[in-house]
Design a protein around this ligand. Structure first.
Ligand SMILES: C[S@@+](CC[C@H](N)C(=O)[O-])C[C@H]1O[C@@H](n2cnc3c(N)ncnc32)[C@H](O)[C@@H]1O
Length: 363
């Protein structure tokens, strides 16, 4: 082989390796790379063990409420340690769905879904807005940038806080966005201290919705608005239909949910804690285009990524157990897609509430 051919072949292999390891499967150009998949705050040798504990805890989600409700936040934390890097790598910095919009990228559709929160809350510069269950802060940055409000995010997962702070700084939004680790069932904030609040696909992790809604109600100023995008079963769900039950349980098990609620319960619970319900709407209903198309179109990509994760785990770059977590997420994507296609499930049941002007906190 002459020098030229050797150089050419070596360059091709180098580019191929770079593409395979640093580009393949990454959701956003500057997102996580597959070689940097960790498992949050869990040390590498404990990942498989943590995954096994998680999956046995969430095997029968509905029973959790009767036996181990108080353990839910800790297992949700474990879940997000296991999945946060994989989500960032394969999905991006916003851990939620949005209806697809013809002619727009997933990223743009995601941003528009987030900016809708600003319009619903009427947030403006100088407002202090709570993000309950903020993930790594994709929505928070979009909302702060669009409204000029100060957004304070809380998440149960410490690793997400670290990631969110890095992203906030990179985006030049650390002046407007603040993030803390904490449980949204008992938040370290004063009564009446926020002008508005929102939660995007997060309160579904609460064992009892009334507990998180009551806590959000407490920290809101009288007259303050709250909007939530809830994961619920719809009017099409029949709990006597075995196939439908399997879909719902698949979603619960693979997403750390202690039992999905019905859309019927949401407004009732909001009223019970003291809110006035201004509006409720399933944002997934037509003319909205499918939110699950992103999962469906990604099937080939899921397999490609699965092979990548397997290879990296095998050579010791990704922790042992990463393959199991990735497999669980692939299976869950199938259940979510079925939930969307059958119309029995929606991840965007929107409820808009107001804390009455006359409210006095009981605590
Ligand atoms: C599906 S992610 C959504 C994150 C974010 N809202 C977004 O759309 O990108 C759910 C979030 O809820 C948070 N969460 C779940 N249970 C919680 C709890 N008890 N207290 C605080 N955060 C919680 C998780 O840590 C995670 O950040």
């Amino acid at each position: 082989m002459d020098t030229y051919t050797l150089f050419f072949t070596a360059s091709l292999i180098g580019i191929g390796l770079y593409w395979f390891l640093f580009v393949l499967g990454s959701a956003e150009q500057k997102g996580k790379h597959v070689v940097h998949l960790s498992s949050g705050s869990i040390s590498a040798e404990k990942v498989l063990d943590n995954y096994n504990q998680y999956s046995s805890f969430f095997r029968r989600p509905k029973e959790i409420l009767e036996t181990a409700e108080d353990k839910v936040p800790a297992f949700v934390d474990t879940f997000y340690n296991l999945v946060t890097d994989i989500y960032e790598w394969g999905w991006g910095q916003s851990f939620h769905f949005s209806p697809s919009i013809p002619g727009k990228s997933h990223r743009e559709a995601t941003r528009l879904h987030e900016e809708m929160v600003v319009h619903l809350l009427g947030s403006k510069p100088g407002d202090r807005v709570l993000d309950a269950g903020c993930g790594v802060g994709g929505p928070m940055r979009a909302i702060a940038a669009h409204s000029g409000s100060n957004v304070v995010g809380i998440t149960i997962n410490e690793y997400q806080v670290k990631r969110a702070r890095i992203h906030n700084k990179k985006a030049g939004l650390d002046g407007l966005c603040q993030v803390i680790t904490g449980n949204f069932l008992s938040m370290p904030f004063d009564n009446d201290s926020f002008d508005a609040a929102y939660s995007i696909e997060a309160t579904c992790h609460a064992p009892k919705l009334e507990e998180v809604y009551a806590e959000i109600f407490r920290v809101l100023k009288p007259g303050g608005m709250y909007v939530s995008y809830e994961w619920v079963t719809t009017e099409l769900y029949d709990n006597g239909d075995e196939d439908q039950v399997e879909i719902v349980q698949g979603i619960e098990r693979g997403d750390a949910l202690p039992g999905l609620r019905s859309y019927r319960d949401i407004a009732e619970i909001a009223r019970k804690v003291g809110f006035e319900v201004v509006k409720e709407k399933d944002l997934a209903k037509p003319p909205a285009k499918p939110w699950w198309s992103r999962l469906k179109m990604g099937k080939v990509a899921y397999w490609r990524n699965h092979i990548l994760v397997t290879v990296l785990s095998w050579i010791g770059i990704a922790p042992q157990g990463t393959v199991d977590v990735h497999e669980m997420l692939c299976k869950t994507a199938v259940y979510l897609t079925k939930g969307g296609e059958t119309g029995i499930f929606t991840p965007m049941y929107m409820i808009l509430c107001r804390k009455p002007e006359s409210s006095v906190n009981s605590s």
